[in-house]
Write a protein that binds this ligand. Structure first.
Ligand code: ZN
Length: 344
C-alpha cells in the first residue's frame, strides 16, 4: 500500500458517503421504504459510521493494516472490501475458500456485457426493452438458468449512470452468471452478490436488484427483491377483473445498509396473469411540464392492456412513454420486462 492506493480508496469512500448522505436528505419517504426493504434509516446511519471510520483510516494510512502481522493487506483485496483487516493466509480454510471464490468472481469484471436474448419458456411468454439515457447505462436485465434448470429473470438498476454505473453492472452480471448454475434460490444469490459487492469501493451508491426463479412444471415464481421498484403482477380472474399484486422488496438495495437480511416470496402464476418489471426511468420519465409519468399511469396502462401479449404490452408501454415525453431526452435509463402466463 502506498499513498496513491490510499488516495484512490479514499476518493471512492468519500463519493459513496456523499451519495448516501444526499440520498438520505433528498429522497421522499415512500421511495426510501422501497429501497430499504425491512431495514430502516438507522441502518444507513450505521453504514455511514463504517464509511467514516474507513475514511479516517485512509487519512492516517492505517486502513488495511493487518490485525495479525505487521503488514498491509493486498490493495486489490482492499478495493473489493475496504473493511477487511487480516491477510488471506491467517484465515481458516473455509473462510479462505469463500474469499478466493469471491476474488475469482470479481476478476471477471473485465468481461464484456453478455448478449441478452429473451428465452423460450413453456407457459410464460417474455418480452423486454431497454434504452440507456447515455451511450452506456446502469440498467440491467438478464435471463439465466438455475442449478435445477428452472428459469431465472433479473432486473436491476445501478444508481447513477454513465461509464462507472455501466462497468459495475457488467461486473454484477458476470458474477450473477457465474453464481447462478450453483444455486436454486434467488435470495441466496442476492446474499452472495451483496457480500461480494457491499464493501467494494467502486460501488459508489447502491444497486437495486430483483431476481426471480420460474419453474414451468409448477408455474411457481419465487423472487427476492433487493430494494427494486416493486414489479406489478395482475392476476387474471374469471369475472374479468384484474387484481394487482406488488412484488414488494424482501430486503434492502445492495450496498445501502450494513448487515441486512434478504428474504424470498413465492407466487403461482395462472394462465392470463401479467407480470411487469421496470426501472425508475419508466415511472420518472418527465414531460415538457416536468411532470412524472408516475406509477399510477403505469398501473392503469398495464391493467388496460392485461389481455395483450407480453410483446404487445412492452410495445404499448414504450409508445405511451414516448408520447408522454414528447421527444424530451430521457434523464434516466429505461428498462421494461413483461411476462404473460399462457395456458398449457
Ligand atoms: Zn497479516
Amino acid at each position: 500500500m502506498d499513498t496513491k492506493d490510499f488516495q484512490r480508496i479514499r476518493a471512492g469512500l468519500l463519493e459513496r458517503r456523499r451519495n448516501l448522505t444526499d440520498w438520505l436528505s433528498d429522497t421522499p419517504a415512500s421511495k426510501k421504504k422501497i429501497r430499504l426493504g425491512a431495514a430502516d434509516e438507522r441502518a444507513v446511519q450505521t453504514h455511514l459510521q463504517v464509511l467514516d471510520t474507513a475514511i479516517e483510516k485512509t487519512e492516517d494510512e492505517t486502513l488495511g493494516y493487518c490485525d495479525v502481522c505487521d503488514d498491509y493487506i493486498n490493495p486489490s483485496r482492499l478495493e473489493m472490501d475496504y473493511t477487511c483487516c487480516v491477510c488471506l493466509e491467517h484465515l481458516s480454510g473455509e473462510e479462505r475458500d469463500r474469499l478466493e471464490d469471491d476474488l475469482q468472481l470479481s476478476a471477471k469484471v473485465q468481461q464484456a456485457l453478455l448478449p441478452q436474448q429473451v428465452p423460450e419458456i413453456p407457459g410464460l411468454e417474455l418480452a423486454a426493452f431497454s434504452r440507456p439515457a447515455e451511450f452506456v447505462g446502469g440498467d440491467y436485465f438478464d435471463f439465466f438458468r438455475f442449478r435445477d434448470q428452472s428459469h431465472g429473470l433479473v432486473i436491476g438498476d445501478v444508481m447513477g449512470h454513465g461509464i462507472a454505473a455501466s462497468l459495475l453492472m457488467a461486473s454484477l452480471q458476470a458474477s450473477l452468471r457465474t453464481l447462478a448454475p450453483d444455486h436454486d434460490s434467488p435470495a441466496e444469490i442476492i446474499r452472495r452478490l451483496n457480500s461480494i459487492f457491499h464493501h467494494n469501493i467502486h460501488l459508489t451508491k447502491f444497486v437495486t436488484l430483483f431476481i426471480a426463479r420460474y419453474d414451468p412444471q409448477t408455474r411457481s415464481l419465487t423472487y427476492s427483491n433487493a430494494g427494486h421498484n416493486p414489479p406489478l403482477l395482475f392476476r387474471s380472474q374469471s369475472n374479468g377483473t384484474w387484481p394487482l399484486s406488488w412484488l414488494a422488496p424482501t430486503g434492502a438495495a445492495i450496498g445501502l445498509v450494513e448487515d441486512t437480511q434478504f428474504g424470498e416470496e413465492t407466487v403461482t402464476l395462472a394462465p392470463g396473469d401479467t407480470l411487469l418489471l421496470y426501472t425508475d426511468g419508466v415511472t420518472e420519465a418527465k414531460n415538457a411540464q416536468k411532470e412524472e409519468f408516475g406509477q399510477e399511469r403505469l398501473v392503469e396502462l398495464v391493467r388496460q392492456g392485461s389481455n395483450r401479449s407480453a410483446r404487445e404490452l412492452v410495445r404499448e408501454v414504450r409508445n405511451r412513454l414516448e408520447g408522454f415525453t414528447d421527444g424530451q431526452p430521457l434523464a434516466d435509463d429505461t428498462t421494461i420486462v413483461a411476462g404473460k402466463a399462457e395456458g398449457q
